[in-house]
Design a protein around this ligand. Structure first.
Ligand code: AHG
Ligand code: MN
Ligand code: MN
Length: 341
């Protein structure tokens, strides 16, 4: 990774918005507030291990203060950074059952923010990459009033921006606001996100698959055949593929975005809707991956065209390099056709 142009995230967002004459600058400010939250969460993530050594985890620290789990900390930090900017009318988070209102004392704006504050949280204590995922919509209810659940339950196609942050060997923020997918690496010395990956394009075909193979027994027969196919040897189609599965979708998808790959969390006989959440995990990634030239479906239908019915609903997901996603869809469709014969 090298810093490309000495372009800060803040300037990049403003220049992107300037391409649209109708833009008010509000989205730029909203994204700037989000990047501040990402910096604060990144700092806290980096000292999570240290806190453990020093005995600061658990219910209270040496000062008798409550110590929060990192995913709750990230959730609180995002709300604190975002509730008073005047740009949002409502928020929703993986960590809160209901929608999050903007307090009365603050201005109510026209945007809606949905987020997974910390993705891959089971990896925190093992020093493995984790992240934050976010999705931004324009409200559909009249302006000036508090936002509602209806504002949150929009199809993914309506997103105006989406992004994620990976807290890994370095911290990187990747976003799209409709003019390409761009990555910014946090320079820890002066605390700025600097452009490091411009106009990211996901390779059309890959050599990497990411899936929790421990669930093999419960899969659709077509999916079982597809994975076996990827493991066979055939030089012409660059098989066998490599298997890479981190257990943080944010990190698996980030790697796939850069090198090519397919990430899958399918439905199975125990979980008919899969595991991952449509609104703040699958939709933002589907938006980013499509903007980078990839494909994201539930096996049949575009993720972005699923009409959400509830905030925390789940969906099966197959996303990444276009040809690979099409191939797994074909394997499952063929098997279903054979079953119904
Ligand atoms: P979260 O930490 O936000 O609950 O999300 C974890 C998700 C996702 O990041 C990851 O890909 C998946 O759970 C891993 O699930 P399995 O352990 O079932 O493979
Ligand atoms: Mn998650
Ligand atoms: Mn989470």
């Amino acid at each position: 990774m090298s810093i490309l142009k000495f372009m800060t995230l803040g300037r990049h967002i403003i220049e992107g918005e300037e391409m649209h004459p109708e833009a008010t600058g509000e989205l730029s400010k909203l994204l700037a507030d989000l990047s501040l939250a990402a910096k604060v969460i990144s700092l806290e993530v980096n000292k999570a291990g240290l806190a453990d050594i020093l005995g600061f985890t658990g219910d209270s620290n040496v000062h008798g203060e409550q110590v929060k789990k990192l995913d709750v900390y990230a959730h609180d930090m995002l709300i604190r950074a975002m509730d008073h900017g005047g740009h949002l009318c409502v928020m929703a988070s993986e960590e809160e059952e209901n929608i999050i209102h903007i307090p009365n004392r603050f201005k109510i704006g026209k945007y809606v923010l949905l987020f997974d504050p910390l993705d891959g949280s089971s990896n925190i204590d093992a020093n493995i990459s984790i992240g934050t995922i976010f999705s931004i919509y324009k409200r559909i209810t009249p302006e000036g009033k508090p936002g509602t659940l209806e504002d949150c339950l929009q199809q993914g196609t309506q997103q105006v921006a989406a992004g994620y942050v990976v807290y890994g060997s370095s911290t990187i923020l990747v976003y799209t606001a409709g003019h390409g997918v761009h990555g910014f690496t946090l320079d820890p010395a002066f605390g700025e996100f600097l452009l490091s990956h411009e106009y990211i394009q996901i390779p059309k075909k890959s050599k990497i698959y990411s899936i929790n193979e421990g669930n093999y027994k419960y899969w659709h027969p077509g999916l079982k055949k597809y994975i076996k196919y990827l493991q066979e040897e055939d030089k012409a189609s660059e098989r066998p593929y490599s298997s890479r599965y981190i257990g943080s979708m944010v990190a698996d998808n980030h790697r796939n975005l850069l090198y090519g790959g397919i990430f899958m969390y399918p439905a199975d006989s125990r979980n008919p809707k899969g595991k991952l959440r449509l609104m703040y995990e699958c939709d933002p990634f589907a938006f980013i991956i499509e903007a980078a030239g990839g494909r994201a479906t539930d096996g049949k239908k575009r993720i972005l065209e699923i009409q959400p019915q509830s905030l925390h609903e789940r969906t099966p997901v197959f996303m990444g390099s276009e040809e690979d996603v099409k191939m797994v869809e074909d394997f499952m469709a063929k098997e279903e056709a054979a079953e119904t014969k």
